[in-house]
Ligand binder design. Structure first.
Ligand code: ARG
Length: 274
């Protein structure tokens, strides 16, 4: 029998936003239908479950106050990208979410950082940017501007690999790929252009490859600390693969946040200190 890799967790610091004002009132991605009923109490319970898992793993979790009238603010991954304590604030594609950027900027101004940049190009934070070890993967195609790649590289001083998303259902990089460890990712190939698929194969020959069903279940919108992976429980093929690779999988139900096109990763921004 093949030996199972030994995984180790590292302590993380996450930023989350309670879904107090969460609603589906507009449509800016193919998953959002304001006519569909959404259970706000259940959405809150699902969010709390993810928060409690992080606290149980020993991670630090900070909270930004939700702002009335910004129903998507619960998706804190989109607010900024933080690497080495440096903060690149988001600039949203859609007017409906534009004001979230100011709220995140104010939070980081109050909570300390090693440098903060208000961007020139549209970028939706960790929705499209995935720091992986000393590299940043940067998705574009639907939300973040391809021009953000050069801005990222210059601001963080790290190599950045641009990836092109081609399926509108997987409109943010974090709906199609997540980082398991510094040099390991999981992704759904068909969400990317041919060139980007080739680049991913070259960078991550051992990657975990997800199926269409896993991607539809938002299984790639997951969070890993190197050992524990929090993932939508319906991504059953992916969960099996992760267990085989030695990860401890924690399946969660995200039914209500999925109605806005988000799941585990979307509600989790990572604050990476130097
Ligand atoms: N309704 C939000 C939007 O379309 C969902 C954002 C999900 N966040 C994420 N990191 N993918 O912008």
């Amino acid at each position: 029998m093949a030996e199972v890799a030994r995984r180790t967790a590292t302590r993380r610091h996450y930023l989350m936003c309670r879904p107090t004002h969460f609603e589906v009132t507009y449509t800016i991605n193919p998953w959002m239908d304001p006519r569909k009923p959404m259970d706000a109490g259940l959405a809150l319970a699902q969010w709390e479950r993810v928060r409690d898992l992080y606290l149980g793993f020993g991670h630090q979790v900070s909270f930004i106050d939700p702002v009335p009238g910004l129903p998507d603010m619960v998706f804190s991954a989109n607010g900024a990208t933080v690497v080495d304590g440096k903060v690149l604030i988001a600039k949203f594609r859609h007017q409906e979410r534009a004001a979230e950027a100011d709220a995140y900027r104010a939070w980081f101004e109050e909570h300390g950082h090693c440098g903060l940049r208000v961007p020139e190009y549209v970028n939706e934070g960790e929705g499209d940017f995935a720091p992986a070890g000393r590299r940043i993967l940067a998705g574009a195609g639907f939300r973040s501007d391809p021009g953000a790649v050069a801005e990222l590289r210059a601001f963080f001083g790290l190599p950045v690999t641009g990836l092109t998303l081609t399926d509108p259902r997987f409109y943010h990089l974090d709906t199609a790929l997540f980082v398991l460890d510094d040099d390991l990712v999981a992704y759904y190939p068909a969400a990317f252009s041919e060139e980007s698929q080739e680049e991913l194969r070259r960078l991550y020959p051992d990657a975990v490859i997800a199926t269409r069903e896993d991607a539809d279940a938002f299984g790639l919108n997951a969070v890993s600390d190197g050992l524990n992976v929090v993932v939508t429980e319906t991504a059953t093929h992916l969960i099996g693969e992760l267990r085989e690779r030695g990860f401890e999988v924690h399946g969660v139900d995200m039914s209500e946040l999925l109605k806005a096109g988000g799941a585990v990763k979307c509600i989790t921004q990572e604050i990476r200190r130097p």
